[in-house]
Design a protein around this ligand. Structure first.
Ligand code: HEC
Ligand code: HEC
Ligand code: HEC
Length: 194
């Protein structure tokens, strides 16, 4: 027998699962290379390699993900990644902010192009992942939690999805404080600034 689960319930479950994973991850510090399950702890190279903690603890700290506030670190000049391998590749910084989720119950989502094009090229998103036209993308939180749309990167290589208010950052008129509308436990570090 198939049990019908409403989309709202599926979304609540997926959000609750993401929060549970993140509250575990938030207490983690940088794993030593010999314990990371990737490097061979008996190999001769292990003594030569820099530990993640030694490199990352010098950068602007975050309290989640891999514990670095990457955009701030880049803007302060703490890191200076090479922009292109091929000198002919053109660098495009695009400053426009796009407001998404204009009709939902959560605060509005502000998508900042600048902070993305500091690292990424237009073709990383356009037009495969996102069309440019407003409303053309059928954005949904459930798809994002399933690792699609914004979730291709957020929760994988960029800050985790439990940081609700880094995306849902614009209050609606009459919305007093940035509070979730869902009856789920949001970890304290994801709560909105006072
Ligand atoms: C990486 C950015 C990002 C993060 C982090 C994020 N969201 Fe979303 N969220 C979105 C986008 C984009 C949409 C879709 C907007 C639309 O429907 O046009 C959305 C839609 C939603 C919706 C449906 C629309 C509404 O407002 O009712 C809910 C509910 C929601 N998010 C809750 C959350 C909660 C709770 C968290 C934290 C656990 C969270 N989101 C974290 C980007 C994000
Ligand atoms: C990380 C993904 C991402 C990258 C990289 C990106 N965009 Fe976008 N872009 C989006 C999203 C998401 C929207 C909003 C689509 C919607 O409204 O559903 C958008 C919308 C747009 C729009 C229409 C809204 C506006 O601002 O006028 C234009 C034009 C645009 N992008 C141009 C660019 C250009 C040019 C670049 C490279 C310099 C770029 N984008 C890089 C994700 C991206
Ligand atoms: C192709 C990868 C990619 C996609 C897709 C993507 N992002 Fe990001 N995003 C990044 C990276 C990389 C950063 C910078 C590193 C970090 O903050 O973790 C970032 C940073 C941000 C920031 C923080 C900027 C700051 O000032 O700290 C916001 C807000 C954000 N993304 C929202 C979104 C939303 C909303 C979507 C979907 C509409 C989205 N992103 C889709 C890669 C992506």
């Amino acid at each position: 027998m198939r049990v019908f689960i409403s989309p709202a319930r599926r979304l609540r479950r997926a959000l609750a699962a993401a929060c549970a994973v993140a509250s575990l991850a938030a207490s983690a510090q940088w794993e030593a290379l010999r314990n990371d399950g990737v490097h061979d702890p008996r190999g001769p190279a292990i003594k030569e390699l820099q530990e993640p903690g030694a490199a990352l603890s010098k950068l602007t700290p975050d309290n989640t993900g891999n514990m670095v506030r990457w955009v701030q670190s880049l803007e302060k000049g703490e890191i200076n990644p090479r922009a292109n391998l091929n000198p002919n590749t053109k660098i495009n910084i695009y400053e426009s902010d796009v407001l998404l989720n204009l009709k939902g119950g959560m605060p509005i989502v502000r998508f900042p192009h600048r902070q993305h094009t500091l690292w990424l090229d237009c073709v990383n998103c356009h037009d495969g992942l996102f069309k440019k036209e407003p409303g053309a993308n059928k954005l949904s939180m459930l798809s994002i939690l399933n690792g699609e749309q914004c979730g291709v990167c957020h929760g994988a290589v960029s800050f985790p999805l439990t940081e609700c208010y880094r995306c849902h950052s614009v209050r609606r008129p009459g919305q007093e404080a940035l509070r979730p509308t869902l009856p789920i436990a949001i970890p304290p570090h994801a709560m909105p600034p006072k």
